[in-house]
Design a protein around this ligand. Sequence first.
Ligand code: NOJ
Ligand code: NOJ
Ligand code: CA
Length: 713
Amino acid sequence: MLNKSTRRAVLSALVFVALFLSPFISRAADFRREVVYQIITDRFFDGNSANNNPAQSSGLYDSTKTNWRAYWGGDLQGIQQKMSYLAGMGVTAIWISPPVDNLNTNIPDGNGNPTASYHGYQGRDFKRIEEHSGSASNAWTDFDNLVTAAHSNGIKVIVDFAPNHSTQDNAGEFGALYDNGTFLGNYTSDSNGYFHHNGNISNWDDRYQVQYYTLFNLADLNQEHATVDAYMKASALLFQQHGVDGFRIDAIKHITWGWQYSLANSIYANGDSFLFGEWYQTSTADPLYRDSYKYTNKSGISMLDFPLNTAIRNVFGSNANFSDIDAVLTAEAANFTWDEDLVTFIDNHDMTRFLTLLNNNNRLHQALAFILTQRGVPCIYYGTEQYLHNDTTGGGDPYNRPMMNAFSTTTTAYTLTNRLSTLRRNNPAIGYGSTQQRWMNSDVYIYERKFFGNTVLVAINKNETTSYPVTGLNTALPAGTYADTLTGLLGGSSITVAAGSGGNNPVSNFTLPAHTVAVWSFTESPAAPQVGVIGPTVAHPGVRVTIGGKNFGTTTGTVKFGTTTATVNSWTATKIVATVPVVTNGNYNVTVTNSSAQVSNGIQFTVLAAKLIPVTFTVFNASPTQTGDYIFLTGNTVELSNWATTWDAAVGPMLTPNYPNWFLNVSVPAGTTLQFKFIKIAANGTVTWEAGANHTYTVPASGVGFVNVNWQY
Ligand code: NOJ
Ligand code: NOJ
Ligand code: CA
């Protein structure tokens, strides 16, 4: 008979082994080869009628489904029951609407109709599960069962996480926030300062307003407050302990940007995860586009690809030229260090469904095939595969959130998704490769994805009636004949490639029929190790990172950050887990060396000085400045940009609601004594340093921090 502590040790060892031997779940940090499916839990499937009208929030349910702003019965059990439907479609990850306990009351809309928070974006307790989704006790049971069922079907779980706000600030529960049942505070009597009280955002291009004002009367949380900071990080940890693989962070443009770096760092230190946020913008010409890619490149939080979404809708939905898409891909590849991690989509719950925009299934199939074969992590809005749409009053919110109408496994869109999901798994060119446009006119787009010798060539003709002769096309596919990977599902047929030179092999002339998508694929035989991804992209020593790629071999080799060897925690032919070594903070090239001493390509990684703590820096009297001049912060660690002085590299721009004082919340290394200065970067790029010695500040070991200094003249 084993004693209690030995039994416990054996049990946890078994759990540990079971986790590691799980046949299906690959590491969450690598999402580049996944296919995500976005679900509004309430609108997917009612798997349990017992939770439809719970006591603590009764009357929010409409069994007739005529009030589009009421609960309609879908729940976590419902998603669980449809897991094999999702797996059969090739879905490898689900993103579910915020599952946390939401507003318990209804708030009448302008016409007196009751509205409920069926969508999940009015959280009241981020540590409990909504009773309409789970059970009346707000317990985690149904959530845990869903995660278990998803994982055993090879499906990862992403939760929508909305730390920007609690509930509506002027009605209902007035923002009341609870910590696992204990009341913390509300907006109307906010003696602790848990909320910002600045009124609604009116200028959506003003950096201060978008972060510190209120989003549509949703009580705006003050993440710089130690209690709110700790609460949100603990809530994220709780979801990780309940098995989630990633977070879609709601409204990241409206949450203190600098604080989010520490949120990401805390999540990545807890365990491997994939983070992407909703930074709403329509194009790369958006006034805050530059801020968006700076945020993503430095925080390690990827984002939903809204500029590409606009182009996809214009090209496939409104018949714009393919050059619109091509231009966005080119711009984003130049601006985002990790454009392969951007989450691509055709439509979502905040815009009209594609078929409302254009009721043409051919075009829907083309747009789907496009995101499934392009760079980025494709995300499909629930019901797309069943051609779901409701066009009432233009089909916007809430009519873009109908109840799932069918679960057919034989639609073209369902089959298409399955085939291209399989291809994403089998050929790393799509997830890990680089993109090259090979042939284009207003209706035809032919592009190639290439990862070393692995190549996928895709041809799309969106014209409904005109076929095009394709002449002079080159490809990196080696000489040979290639069948359409879709086996003609969207009208494609085979091509023949002859030997050429310099990676340009001529394709025999062919005709691309009207409304056709064809996909041709080649995977090379094993060669030297090839690194396709690292996740996270930013972390401090001691955090585990996942390296995905090909040809690592089954015998453990070596991982190096620059010239420093890292501890390897696990090693397979396609995935390695290693621990960030103790090295000086900064950017490193990470390489993999296999057991026969072959070295891979390098991939960029940022080693932080220590775990991140959010600190609010204020500099008084940083004047005079002229319009277009901004104050930035720079200093002696990578978190402070290692004394960089350019707009894209230095920390900022800082915010000046009380000119000439400037402030910025920045996540900086815990317990570290920083040297820093403020600089002015003028509109023309001229840099002016403040005078005097460097400022110094020792960052607290935990919690949050504040620094107030005068600009030195
Ligand atoms: C963006 C979400 O996608 C939207 O549906 C929600 O209403 C707002 N953020 C506020 O949470
Ligand atoms: C150069 C600046 O001129 C100076 O003011 C600053 O203190 C140092 N960089 C930091 O090394
Ligand atoms: Ca239900």
